[in-house]
Design a protein around this ligand. Structure first.
Ligand code: HEM
Length: 485
């Protein structure tokens, strides 16, 4: 069989891919060697800005299948029939480290799902934790700065990590979660995913419900201790990538069962916790899990850069029947992601194969910009209204309106009757077995004892005391013991 010919980027045959063209056998190189120039120049441009958070990740394709009728709660097309299947792409990630970082680290994991529905792409951009560290987006850049590399030392600094938490009592719940056993998943397959925020579903009658998403792993939860993780990071820094890639290549297709908690919209105002506070969960006794469907991953991307690095998820990619809640963090995220994509990938990032709708087509009056490859046809007008049969608005809002009251201003999130920053951190601690508590305390003390300032340590200890007196006492004793060593 004759081999295919190597070509330049414009398709001309390449004569020699081993030797550059030179002036004579031993002479300097020639500027006319198009193939050499093109190779070196392209190589210089292979990197794009990495994600400012969640830089390191792995992705896979699969499908979501509805197993239970939820049409009483949402008219979302992809959820409208038991048995209905929708193609998905899922990207898992760590948060704090840069692109070359290791996988088996103590960090939340991203769990971002793109549903390619017939009514457009729906992005559910969640984590493996049901809560988050903060509840106002204005704190997000400061939070992330405190967790990533220090601008002077170029390292993650326990002083910065814990100083931010010292000033953010609302983080105590998520810190307890992160320092506990689930803080280092054994692999992406062995962890749950959560939408974390409260979203809104609207049914065909226009009735609104608030909803929280829970993807429960069917592989079982498996975690690593700090010691196991340190060993694994040394052996295979890409352990999560290796695991996901190899499982799918071998035909072992990981799956998750999707459940939701649903709250009738009218109950939100009087629930004992502010249901739009991302640092809190809803009690499962109050709002039990209801099964919706099954998500399966069965195909690896062919090209990590094109399909994983260039994947763009945005929490404001909603479809009819699903919308935002007044959760302030979510509201901030509705801006942040598409803005990041325009910077990182350009204004036409939605034309890339992984980001474009698959079960429908985008048809609108947006045109042009860097790397525009979709003209929408010779006769498609680029203005609206028009007399040329161009696409028109539906007049149907995607979701129900949210009621608002009061005055504009910089307000703290409203507190409901049982809201304080520590109550649910204490609940989580009390749910743990004695062995889990021991590991939690050791993990916290291992980090907190490295902090150089006593006042920062004291502020953090006060948070654990407020969550549960035993929790506080044990962390305090463990920190003291390590600092006296
Ligand atoms: C106000 C708070 C937040 C802001 C401003 C924010 C901002 C960002 C930005 C700018 C990116 C990079 C996007 C890109 O370049 O593709 C990102 C990635 C991500 N964020 Fe957030 N984020 C916030 C909170 C959260 C929360 C609460 C969650 C989970 C519940 C979350 C989950 C993720 C995930 C999973 C990714 C990676 C998506 C992917 O795989 O491409 N973020 N975030």
């Amino acid at each position: 069989m004759s081999k295919r010919v190597l070509t330049t980027e414009s398709g001309a045959p390449v004569a020699d891919n081993q030797n550059s063209a030179s002036a004579g056998v031993g002479g300097p190189l020639l500027l006319q060697d198009q193939h050499l120039l093109e190779k070196l120049a392209r190589f210089n441009r292979e990197r794009i800005p990495e994600r400012v958070v969640h830089a390191r990740g792995s992705g896979a394709y699969g499908h979501f299948e509805v197993t239970d009728d939820v049409t009483g709660f949402t008219h979302a097309d992809f959820l409208n029939r038991v048995g209905k299947r929708t193609e998905v792409f899922l990207r898992f990630s760590t948060v704090a480290d840069s692109l070359g970082g290791a996988d088996a680290v103590r960090d939340p994991r991203g769990f971002a799902v793109k549903f390619y529905t017939e009514e457009g792409n729906y992005d559910l951009v969640g984590n493996n934790t049901p809560v988050f560290f903060i509840k106002d987006p204005i704190k997000f850049p400061d939070f992330i700065h405190s967790q990533k590399r220090d601008p002077f030392t170029g390292r993650q600094e326990p002083d910065n990590v814990w100083d931010f938490w010292a000033h953010s009592p609302e983080a105590t719940h998520q810190v307890t979660w992160l320092m506990g056993d689930r803080g280092i998943p054994a692999s992406y397959r062995h962890m749950n995913g959560y939408g974390s925020h409260t979203y809104q579903w609207t049914n065909a009658e226009g009735e609104a419900f608030f909803v929280k998403y829970h993807f429960k792993t069917n592989q079982g939860i498996r975690s690593l201790s700090s010691e196991q993780a340190a060993e694994l990071v040394g052996r295979d820094p890409n352990s999560h990538q290796t695991d996901l890639l190899q499982a799918i290549e071998r035909g072992i297709h990981p799956s998750w069962t999707l459940y939701v908690q649903l709250m009738p919209a009218a109950e939100a105002a009087d629930y004992r916790f502010n249901p739009f506070d991302l640092t809190k969960v809803w009690s499962h006794r109050d709002y039990p899990l209801q099964r919706v469907g099954r998500l399966v991953l069965d195909r690896n991307p062919d090209n990590v850069f094109a399909e994983v690095e260039q994947a763009a998820f945005a929490p404001n990619n909603f479809v009819p029947g699903i919308g935002p809640s007044p959760d302030k963090m979510l509201q901030g995220r509705l801006f942040a992601y598409a803005d990041a994509h325009r910077y990182r990938l350009g204004v036409n990032h939605t034309l890339l194969a992984v980001n474009a709708p698959k079960a429908t087509t985008a048809q609108n009056y947006g045109r042009d910009g860097l790397m525009a490859v979709n003209s929408q046809g010779r006769y498609a007008k680029n203005y609206e209204p028009n007399s040329y049969d161009g696409p028109v608005e539906t007049g149907r809002p995607l979701s129900a309106p949210l009621a608002v009251t009061g005055h504009t201003g910089t307000h703290e999130a409203p507190l409901h009757t049982k809201d304080d920053p520590f109550v649910q951190a204490g609940d989580l601690y009390r749910l743990m077995s004695e062995e889990e508590r021991q590991r939690l305390v050791a993990n916290i003390a291992g980090g907190l004892s490295q902090v150089s300032r006593d006042d920062v340590i004291e502020k953090n200890l006060a948070h654990f005391h407020a969550a549960d007196p035993e929790y506080g006492r044990r962390v305090e004793e463990a920190v003291r013991a390590l600092r006296e060593d």
